[in-house]
Design a protein around this ligand. Structure first.
Ligand SMILES: [Fe+2]
Length: 153
């Protein structure tokens, strides 16, 4: 088989490299975390509105929750790798909060499946946790990243 991987690699012109640098910089300064937070909250709003309107089927709600959890999991991985990369002193504690939340969501989803819990309860628990987490743990991380030398660009 012919090896033409390099020929197919997306452009590596100066402009492409500048764009890559900008994206890496956005990651290092925590700017991309803010973008991810916005996307998570939008996904959550879709879920919350569906619960409030009481029009979505159980299947639809399950799919929306799966989307939300998948994206949250990806976001946590991204945030945790940034904490490792920058030797963030509160990384272990912060990571435990992420794990605890995913465990709690999984527990609620299991209980919903067997009829012992409601989507309302999941919407309330998820919304309150995310608001609190962003105002405390994520705000502390953002302040730490903003104070790093990399943040200057
Ligand atoms: Fe976080």
């Amino acid at each position: 088989m012919e090896n033409d991987d390099f020929a197919q690699t997306p452009g590596s012109s100066k402009k492409d490299l500048e764009n890559i640098r900008r994206d890496v910089q956005a990651f290092l300064t925590g700017e991309s975390l803010g973008i991810q937070h916005n996307k998570i909250l939008k996904t959550y709003m879709t879920f919350l509105d569906s619960v409030l309107r009481q029009e979505a089927s159980a299947e639809d709600l399950t799919a929306i929750v799966q989307d939300m959890v998948s994206y949250l999991t990806l976001h946590f991985v991204s945030e945790e790798s940034l904490m490792n990369l920058t030797a963030y002193p509160e990384a272990d504690h912060h990571r435990l909060r992420h794990r605890g939340f995913l465990d709690e969501v999984e527990r609620l989803v299991t209980e919903i499946r067997i009829g012992q819990q409601t989507y309302d309860a999941l919407a309330a628990a998820a919304g309150l946790w995310m608001l609190d987490h962003e105002r405390t743990f994520d705000a502390d991380l953002a302040a730490f990243l903003a104070a790093r030398p990399d943040a200057a660009g």
